[in-house]
Design a protein around this ligand. Structure first.
Ligand code: BMA
Length: 365
């Protein structure tokens, strides 16, 4: 139901936006803030490409086949685009990422991009942490700087192709250099200093700004762990550089550890987001292979209900490691319960009318 409060919030946001110029990223922020009044959105990584029992079909979605609706948020990964590969690190053709991302936007959904680039110094994967000079090597003056500029350009060239029917750029939650407090990616905590990490972030962001992109909502997401106000700020790129603060939180161990960890972290990040006027989200989450079929409503939902997150994104349904639902799994019933809850938003909840229109963004002079 559209409440008077929601209408007022939207009106105020519209006035506010008009005052300092609209970009599609600012409109996306306003839309996320508005939707948050109703609850939090459900998201799924790689939703339209493959599921627990199928791969590479078209017009399929494990989420839709389980509950009858698409996720509100779809996530896609750019890993491999830097090498000019045709497929990403999980074998998804970039052509399909392009098409499905635009299709989801056109049906009224929200899209987010992550990036697991290969290691530019060693030639290994994003997880190759064998050399702690990698970040330094791509910064100004580093031996891989020139090569890495080409990598960034390829990312930008792909993003530039993501346009709607009117030729307007699709607004995207862009989430590079994630889980910086862990040390499993070459940009991780033990692999670079805080100032090197921030220089890496800034280099990519400044390049994108230089290309004139105004459709990127920058998302910074540490991984669940020992996060304090102080250690968060060490690598936080800055209020002028981040629009959304996220948490990546999986239950790899016991339920109690997960519940304690996610509460501690969402309380900390929620406080930081509130004070700095940023959006908050669970940018990745899940329980591997849904080993507990009631996990979503019994374990995850009660925690999410306590914090002002705008979405949660379950990671991909790869057959060997899946985090979302699938109709034939035992957890399907629990997912339908999650779907039926008032405060969980799926595509139809965020696009109440078939008449949803792509917003017109005024061209900047
Ligand atoms: C990880 C795993 C990997 C995958 C990567 C990028 O969490 O799912 O199998 O390659 O994400 O999608």
């Amino acid at each position: 139901m559209v409440s008077i409060k929601n209408v007022l919030v939207l009106a105020l946001l519209t006035v506010g936006l008009a005052a300092y110029g609209e970009t599609s990223a600012k409109l996306l922020v306003a839309r996320l803030q508005q939707l948050q009044q109703q609850g939090y959105m459900m998201g799924h990584q790689d939703d339209p490409f493959y599921g627990v029992t199928w791969e590479w079909d078209t017009n399929r979605s494990d989420v839709k086949e389980t509950c009858g609706d698409y996720p509100a948020v779809m996530g896609f990964d750019l890993g491999g685009i830097e090498m000019a590969d045709n497929k990403n690190l999980d074998s998804v053709p970039f052509r399909r990422i392009h098409d499905e991302l635009i299709a989801h936007y056109k049906r009224g959904g929200i899209v987010t991009l992550s990036w697991h680039p290969r290691n530019p110094l060693t030639g290994g994967t994003a997880w190759d942490v064998s050399n702690d000079q990698t970040v330094r090597s791509v910064l100004y003056g580093g031996c891989m700087h020139v090569k890495f500029q080409t990598w960034i350009k390829r990312v930008a060239d792909f993003i530039e192709t993501l346009k709607d029917d009117n030729g307007q750029p699709v607004p995207i939650i862009f989430r590079p250099w994630h889980e910086s407090n862990g040390s499993w990616f070459w940009w991780g905590e033990k692999l670079c200093t805080a100032s090197e990490y921030k220089a890496l972030w800034n280099m990519v962001q400044d390049y994108m700004s230089g290309r004139g992109f105004t459709n990127l909502l920058w998302s910074y997401s540490p991984n669940m762990g020992d996060i304090t106000d102080e250690n968060f700020m060490e690598r936080y790129p800055g209020d002028d550089r981040v629009g959304l603060i996220g948490l990546d939180a999986y239950q790899w161990g016991t339920e109690i550890d997960f519940v304690n960890g996610i509460n501690a972290n969402l309380a900390t990040l929620g406080g930081i987001a509130k004070r700095r006027d940023k959006l908050l989200a669970l940018t990745e989450c899940g329980l591997k292979n849904m080993s507990d079929p009631t996990w979503w409503t019994r374990v995850l939902k009660p925690q999410m209900d306590k914090y002002p997150i705008c979405y949660f994104l379950l990671w991909r349904n790869y057959k060997e490691e899946y985090f979302g639902p699938s109709p034939q799994l035992e957890c399907a019933a629990d997912f339908r319960k999650l779907y039926a809850a008032e405060n969980t938003l799926f595509l139809k909840d965020i696009v109440p009318s078939a008449k949803w229109k792509q917003p017109k963004v005024k061209k900047r002079k």
